[in-house]
Ligand binder design. Structure first.
Ligand SMILES: *Cc1c(COP(=O)(O)O)cnc(C)c1O
Length: 467
C-alpha cells in the first residue's frame, strides 16, 4: 500500500513541467513567476495530501493544471468589484451598505486624483483641520454644538468611551448589551476602551431607579445603545431619553447614546417610524451621540460623534483619534452627502430613494423587467411578484417594506441559477423563494436592470439545453 502511494506521488508533475504549459506564459507576464509558482505549489500540495489520505487514487495532470489555471484566472480579475444587489435589502452590509449619491461620487473624483486643501487653510495659507470641512455641516443637520468624524461607528463608540470614561464606570442597561454584526459587542468594546461596565436592570425592563441606584463617585457615563436588529417585544420598558438626560444632569455625568444607524431626517413619510432622528436625541438632552455614515444616512463608511462642545473637544485631543482618522475620499463623499441634507435634497440620496420607492413604481418596474427578461432571454416562465424587502443595516428590523420582484421558474434548480448569476460578468446577487429565483427590483438602478438582463443571458447560454 505504502509503496503504491510512493509510486503515485512520484507521478505528480514537477513545477518545471507545469511552468512550461503553453497557457502559463501570458498569465505569468501579468502576475509574476512567484505568484504562479505558489498556486501550482498549493494545488500539487493538495493533490499530494489527497493521494496520501486515499481520497484520490490516480494522478490526473490535466486536472491539476485545470484547477491551477482557474485559480490563476481569478487572480487576473480585480477582486473587489461591482455586483448587482437584487436582494431588496437596501443597506446590505455584505454588499457595501449604502451606494453614494452622484454628488458624493463627483466630490471623491475631484479630490482623489488631485491635491486638495485637506489639512490646509486657504485663507491664511497655514495648516488646517480635516474635521473643519464637515463639522459645521454636522452641527447644522444634528442641532449639536460640535461634531467629529472617525473611521466608523464602532471606532466612534470606542473613542468616546475611552476618552470620556477610561478608568471610570459606564452604566448600561442589560437590555442593551448587544452584539452587532458578529464583532461589535458592547461588553468587549467597553473592556477595550478601559471603561468599567456596570450593568443595570434586566433584559426586558430597566427603570430610571436602576440607573440612579448605580451612580456613584466613579460613574462617568450613562450609556444608551440602539439594539440594532434585536428587539424585545411584550413586557418591556426603558426610561425616556429625557428622564435619563435629567438624571445625568442632576448627577453631573455624561449621557451618551450609540444610535447605530443615524437617521438625520424623519422617515415617517416612507412608512418608517419609531426611530428618533439624531436631532431629536440631541434635543432630548443626550450629551454625546454616535452613529454610522453608511447606514440610513446614505453616505460613506464613517463614524460620527455629535454633542456638547466641551466633550467633543476632549475627543479632538485624545491620542488615539489619529488611529481612527478618516481618509480624504471618505471626507469628500461625506461632505457632499451632508450638503444634500442641508439643501433639502436628501430624497435623491440612493439609500433614502430606494427605501421610499412606492409600491406602484416598484410594480411597474418589476413588470417591465419581467417582460424584457421574457423577450430577450431563453427564460419564459417569468413573472412579476409581490415580495418583502428590508431596510437592512440593523435599522427597522421588524419593518417589512412592500416590494416587487421578478420570479424566474425553470427546470434548473433555483440554487444553481443563483450560483450562475453570481458568476456573470457583472455578478447578480438575488433572492430565492420556494426554490425559485426572485430578483427584487427595489435595489436595482436602471443600469443594474440592464446588467440583470446580461446576467440572465449569460446563465441562459450556460444552460442552453436545459431551459
Ligand atoms: C451598526 C452599528 C454599530 C457599528 O457601526 P459601524 O459603522 O459598522 O462601525 C454600532 N452600534 C450600533 C447600535 C449599530 O447599529
Amino acid at each position: 500500500m505504502k509503496e503504491e502511494i510512493g509510486i503515485l506521488l512520484r507521478a505528480l508533475p514537477s513545477m518545471d513541467e507545469l511552468l512550461l504549459l503553453e497557457w502559463v506564459s501570458p498569465i505569468e507576464k501579468r502576475l509574476g513567476r512567484e505568484a504562479v509558482k505558489s498556486v501550482f505549489a498549493d494545488v500539487i500540495g493538495e493533490t499530494r495530501k489527497s493521494l496520501r489520505e486515499g481520497d484520490v487514487q490516480e494522478v490526473d495532470v490535466e486536472q491539476i493544471a485545470r484547477i491551477a489555471r482557474s485559480r490563476l484566472k481569478k487572480m487576473l480579475d480585480r477582486s473587489l468589484k461591482r455586483v448587482v444587489n437584487a436582494t431588496g435589502v437596501v443597506v446590505h452590509t455584505n454588499l457595501g451598505r449604502s451606494r453614494l449619491a452622484d454628488e458624493a461620487l463627483e466630490a471623491v473624483m475631484e479630490v482623489a486624483g488631485r491635491y486638495s486643501n485637506l489639512e490646509y487653510d486657504l485663507s491664511d495659507g497655514a495648516r488646517g483641520q480635516r474635521n473643519a470641512h464637515i463639522e459645521w455641516l454636522l452641527c447644522q443637520v444634528s442641532g449639536a454644538d460640535a461634531g467629529i468624524v472617525v473611521n466608523n461607528n464602532a471606532g466612534a463608540v470606542l473613542l468616546c468611551l475611552s476618552a470620556l470614561a477610561r478608568g471610570r464606570q459606564a452604566i448600561v442597561s442589560r437590555g442593551e448589551l448587544v452584539e452587532i454584526g458578529g464583532s461589535f459587542r458592547i461588553p468587549d468594546i467597553m473592556s477595550f476602551s478601559g471603561a468599567r461596565m456596570v450593568e443595570v436592570g434586566t433584559t426586558n425592563r430597566t427603570h430610571l431607579k436602576d440607573y440612579r441606584g448605580a451612580i456613584c463617585e466613579e460613574t462617568a457615563i450613562l450609556l444608551k445603545v440602539h439594539p440594532s436588529n434585536y428587539r424585545v417585544t411584550g413586557f418591556h420598558s426603558m426610561p425616556e431619553r429625557r428622564e435619563i438626560a435629567d438624571l445625568a444632569r442632576e448627577k453631573d455625568i455624561i449621557f451618551m447614546e450609540d444610535l447605530g444607524s443615524g437617521v438625520l431626517q424623519d422617515l415617517a413619510a416612507c412608512g418608517l417610524s419609531g426611530e428618533p432622528t439624531v436631532k431629536q436625541c440631541v434635543l432630548s438632552g443626550v450629551d454625546i451621540v454616535t452613529f454610522s455614515g453608511d447606514k440610513l444616512l446614505g453616505g460613506p463608511q464613517i463614524g460620527c460623534v455629535v454633542g456638547r462642545k466641551q466633550l467633543v473637544d476632549k475627543l479632538r485631543t485624545y491620542p488615539f483619534l489619529r488611529a481612527l482618522r478618516i481618509d480624504k475620499m471618505t471626507l469628500a463623499a461625506f461632505e457632499a452627502t451632508l450638503r444634500l441634507y442641508l439643501e433639502g435634497k436628501a430624497k435623491s440620496i440612493p439609500t433614502l430613494e430606494m427605501i421610499s420607492a412606492s409600491a406602484t413604481l416598484l410594480r411597474a418596474r418589476a413588470s417591465s423587467l419581467a417582460r424584457k427578461i421574457k423577450c430577450e432571454t431563453v427564460f419564459s416562465d417569468v413573472s412579476a411578484v409581490k415580495v418583502t424587502d428590508a431596510v437592512g443595516g440593523g435599522a427597522f428590523p421588524t419593518t417589512q417594506l412592500e416590494g416587487y420582484g421578478v420570479q424566474i421558474q425553470s427546470d434548473i434548480p433555483g440554487s444553481r441559477l443563483l450560483e450562475s448569476l453570481r458568476e456573470a460578468p457583472v455578478p447578480v446577487v438575488a433572492g430565492i423563494r420556494d426554490g425559485n429565483v426572485v430578483l427584487h427590483v427595489r435595489t436595482l438602478t436602471a443600469d443594474d436592470r440592464k446588467a440583470v438582463i446580461e446576467a440572465i443571458r449569460f446563465v441562459g447560454r450556460k444552460f442552453e439545453k436545459d431551459v
